[in-house]
Design a protein around this ligand. Sequence first.
Ligand SMILES: [Zn+2]
Length: 255
Amino acid sequence: MRLLDAHCHLEDEAFDADRDEVIGRAVEAGLVAMVTSPIYPEDALKALGLFRGHKVVKIAMGLDVAEYGDEDEVRRTMELIREHREDIVAVGEVGLDYRILRTGGPPKERQKEVFREFIRLAKEIDKPLVIHSLWAQRPVLRVLDEEGAEEGRVVLHAFGGTPEDVSFAVSRGWFVSIPTNVVRSRNVRRVASATPVEWMVLESDSPVLAPDPRERNEPANLRISAEFVAGIKGYSPEELAEETTLNAMKVYGIG
Ligand SMILES: [Zn+2]
């Protein structure tokens, strides 16, 4: 079985003690690649130090939406992305997060402004986008559409939209990424049901969204979600793994 983790955070300090073992277990589980997404400039530099030119860990660079009010962080992230365009496979995660409005996060209009800049930057350097859309699925789809996000160039990470949102995304040729907590979340299951396998990729979002909420997540757990999603879609686990892996390889230009 070949698997590809379309989104995780392997530079996270949660993996500082045993990162090599985690990657080793993933390779043993059939992972051919993992796309790690640092979301702060310091983490981006850490990820470059750890993974630049790595065989199985590929880097996407983005910025936590909570930082969009900080002009310096936004500029630094954009500079790093431009400077390291040859070292990364995507821009992201970037997007909108309306849950953080409750805790003093940047206002909607500011979030959209910065999100648009990242979309334009991705286009300028010809990279796909990895999208964060917590409590803001519909607005994210609208902004992507207004910015003319292209077919096959968007990964909607841990997408939590309605079946109608999924249909809209698929009509535009954007990939819907199903996280490992699909095994315990009714909402994620609903997204997986609504997503045609042709437009599906799998992710762990490690260290979070584990199949067991008490545990740290790791990319090897994609095996569990691949089997579970295969059941939902009426595929064999091998077929589901292969098709979602090919989708992710295509969008990220891996292999
Ligand atoms: Zn993430």
